[in-house]
Design a protein around this ligand. Structure first.
Ligand code: AMP
Length: 256
């Protein structure tokens, strides 16, 4: 499985990039912020509890968040991989996540840390408030409190994942596509090995990620064979002998 933690302060672009990564590599996207917001909207007991924290820009207590994440994980029986967005946010959450994954015979593959300076974060969050109407984006005191919570409780997770050799800082300023490209470069280096990757990444990822490095080799050698396979008819099996014979002929010529 390919399990990614997308990490960064509020406004770093975790949600935007997590969606793109989930689509590209066919991963389940788990966003604790989105789950809380959905519960707040439906006025569930979990939503009411969560709102008393989110409105102030505070983290929802660990035991509530961890329980919620576990039940979300249990909904996905055999995912190809998961991208965790907004979770973990404390050391206790990271430890709980490691345990959940270990019980399922897997682990976090990498943690991608989006790097964005504070002025940019505040300006992005204010623009998002206008676009998405999130209550916790609209008030500067709440925004500052969220950044404070991040610095105090969440930033230490960089060390937690660094100690496991899994933390990768990625430039979080630039166009959405440029940032996505930077993230993909790291992911590509950590894709599960051959067979596992086929299960983990699915058909789309196989096309977009795996073929590209092999393309040059195939292109150079195939062009003459393609012509002969057309002559040989539509059957695939006819292509191979055509290739071999043309190679043999050319090598004989060289020898002469
Ligand atoms: P987000 O959309 O990730 O910025 O989260 C919005 C709010 O939901 C946060 O400010 C927290 O109040 C709450 N929240 C989301 N994820 C977590 C988490 N892993 N732990 C505690 N609180 C969280």
């Amino acid at each position: 499985m390919l399990n990614i933690v997308i990490f960064g302060p509020p406004g770093a672009g975790k949600g935007t990039q997590a969606k793109k990564i989930a689509q590209q590599y066919r991963l389940v996207h788990l966003s604790t912020g989105d789950i809380f917001r959905a519960n707040i909207k439906k006025k569930t007991p979990l939503g009411k509890l969560a709102q008393s924290y989110t409105d102030k820009g505070e983290l929802v207590p660990d035991e509530v968040t961890i329980r919620m994440l576990e039940s979300e994980l249990n909904r996905h029986k055999s995912p190809r991989g998961i991208i965790f967005d907004g979770f973990p946010r404390t050391i206790a959450q990271a430890e709980a996540l490691d345990n959940f994954l270990e019980d399922r015979g897997t682990a976090i593959t990498i943690m991608l840390a989006l790097e964005v300076h504070e002025e940019e974060l505040i300006s992005r969050i204010k623009s998002r408030a206008l676009l998405e109407g999130r209550k916790d984006d609209a008030d500067e005191t709440v925004i500052k409190n969220r950044i404070l919570e991040y610095n105090n409780k969440t930033a230490p997770l960089k060390d937690y994942y660094s100690l496991q050799g899994k933390s990768y800082p990625v430039q979080g300023v630039g166009t959405i596509d440029d940032i996505f490209h930077g993230l993909c470069e790291v992911i590509e280096q950590h894709l599960p090995k051959a067979d596992d990757a086929q299960r983990a990444a699915g058909p789309d990822a196989q096309t977009s990620n795996k073929r590209s490095p092999r393309k040059p080799k195939k292109k150079v050698k195939k062009s003459p064979a393609r012509k002969s396979s057309k002559k040989a008819g539509k059957k695939k099996s006819a292509k191979k002998p055509a290739k071999r014979s043309s190679k043999k002929r050319s090598s004989k010529k060289k020898r002469k």
